[in-house]
Design a protein around this ligand. Structure first.
Ligand SMILES: [Cu+2]
Length: 139
């Protein structure tokens, strides 16, 4: 009975929505994080985008300053990376296997969310800390 496929697809959408709103612990374990490299004024980091409709990693740690965030589409499904705050910027559409950068200036510490506007629940964030408090050694 192949007709069971339709209810299953519906259920998947519900589960994705629930995962998005219910907790960060499971999500962060899945997606991991990356710490931006470079001096505060010229940081760089890369996040992947997958056919599973996720950013991987979905968390970027950066310092107050300027970050060139490269969004690398590792799959074939088009995505974009759009900050919730329009002033921070966006990449525009990124086709399969394509990479686009968005250069973001963070004036203050905080958590700055971004999403792929094509796929509800596909989201990530940049956690920005004051430049003087960077954990670990600066390189
Ligand atoms: Cu997407």
């Amino acid at each position: 009975m192949k007709r069971t496929l339709t209810p299953r697809a519906t259920l998947t959408v519900v589960l994705l929505t629930a995962a998005c709103s219910s907790g960060s612990s499971a999500a962060s374990k899945d997606s991991g994080s990356v710490t931006a490299a470079g001096a505060a004024g010229a940081q760089t980091a890369t996040v992947g985008m997958t056919d599973s409709l996720a950013f991987a990693p979905a968390t970027v740690k950066a310092k107050v300053g300027t970050l060139t965030l490269s969004a690398k589409n590792e799959g074939n499904t088009p995505h974009n990376l759009t900050f919730d705050d329009p002033a921070l910027g966006k990449t525009g559409t990124i086709s399969g296997k394509e990479t686009k950068d968005v250069v973001v200036t963070f004036d203050q510490a905080g958590t700055f969310a971004f999403t792929c506007t094509f796929h509800e629940g596909m989201s990530g964030k940049v956690i920005v800390t004051a430049a003087g408090t960077a954990a670990g050694t600066a390189q």
